[in-house]
Design a protein around this ligand. Structure first.
Ligand code: KG4
Ligand code: ZN
Length: 335
């Protein structure tokens, strides 16, 4: 039987993205970002994001179909992010997807954005099958999950306060780096060493939980105290020390979770997984623990259409289709 051809559309934040997959094979993965416009404002302005999506969505979808060499009439389903995210931004992609699904008489599949991040790994390795342990680290979520089946996971632990990405964004602001913070902190950290002591409280928490607010506050205080004393901060060393403290704990706990669960496979997803230091640390830790690591390509860790199509395929196979009355949701609990 021919594998289903699925279009995925993503518009929850500042990326308008569309991709086409045939089964788990990626045929196209297109993106248009308003991040450079948003950078002027130091964060995402919802109305600017919505307008940028409105301008881009038709062209990005057309490009995804063209690059994949398929016609819209060949599609078997349209998968689209319906939450969580900025409501106005979500509605642009959702309405476009509804129009396509209605016009083509094919199923609409509403996708939970976070489940999309988790499904990105399936496109990286067609042989990937649960169970496995997954590290989720994005702008809104940071958690270690035990993925039991393609549709079910158990939360082993997670952040008690801020998400890892949020901490990167906050630290970037304090260091005078522009939005989005993560890649800028990573670039600056590459020029430094982890020589500045960081609070150890992160490791003090039991199980698979962790906390970022203490670390974030420490960095903010460190910079402000230095400013008050008229001392110069070694920004690269500070970025590097922060990066180690923020990410080492994730690597440690992910490997621990895989050992405890007795699984030989680890996956990861979310914007923070694009971090080169984290990727190398995960690779090294998994290799020495004898674990197979399936990491999505960097561009499929940050928001993209391919991950939405990948989760769409899972829902398609499970027969989970959405009504055309599906509404956008600003928040969806992790489940
Ligand atoms: O998954 P994502 O693109 O959007 C959400 O669903 O939240 O994640 C965005 C987050 C931002 O906080 C951003 O600073 C962070 O991921 N991020 C990174 C890197 N690239 C993106 N954090 C650390 N290092 C990076 N290279
Ligand atoms: Zn995301």
């Amino acid at each position: 039987m021919k594998e289903p051809l699925i279009l995925g559309i993503e518009s929850s934040c500042d990326e308008t993205a569309a991709a086409v997959i045939r089964g788990r094979t990626l045929l196209s993965d297109e993106i248009s970002s308003s991040a450079s416009i948003q950078a002027k404002y130091g964060g995402v302005v919802p109305e600017i994001a919505s307008r940028a999506h409105t301008d881009a969505v038709g062209e990005v979808v057309a490009r995804a179909l063209r690059v994949a060499s398929v016609k819209k009439e060949d599609l078997d389903a349209v998968a689209v992010t319906y939450g969580a995210g900025l409501l106005g931004a979500l509605l642009v992609g959702l309405m476009y997807a509804k129009g396509l699904a209605f016009g083509l008489r094919i199923p609409l599949i509403g996708v939970d954005h976070i489940r999309g991040h988790l499904a990105a790994a399936y496109l990286e390795d067609e042989t990937l099958r649960p169970p496995f342990v997954t590290l989720l680290a994005s702008g809104g979520h940071t958690a270690i999950l035990y993925t039991k089946t393609e549709t079910e996971f158990e939360i082993l632990g997670g952040t008690l306060d801020d998400a890892a990405g949020e901490a990167f964004d906050k630290v970037a602001r304090v260091l005078g780096l522009s939005y989005p913070g993560g890649p800028h902190v990573e670039a600056l950290a590459r020029e430094g060493t982890p020589s500045i002591p960081m609070p150890k409280m992160l490791k003090g928490l039991g199980g698979y939980d962790f906390s970022y607010s203490g670390l974030k506050t420490h960095i903010v205080n460190y910079v402000h105290t230095a400013e008050q004393r008229g001392e110069k901060v070694n920004r690269a060393d500070l970025a590097c020390s922060f990066q180690h403290a923020a990410l080492d704990i994730l690597v440690e706990k992910t490997v621990e979770a895989a050992r405890e669960k007795g699984t030989d496979t680890v996956t990861a997803g979310g914007g923070v997984i694009a971090n080169g230091y984290l990727r190398e640390a995960l690779q090294a830790a998994c290799a020495s623990a004898g674990l197979r690591l399936v990491l999505p390509a960097k561009r499929r860790c940050t928001d993209n259409g391919a991950m939405i199509a990948s989760e769409g395929l899972i829902q398609y196979r499970a027969g989970n289709f959405s009504p055309l009355t599906l509404n956008a949701r600003a928040s969806i609990p992790l489940r």
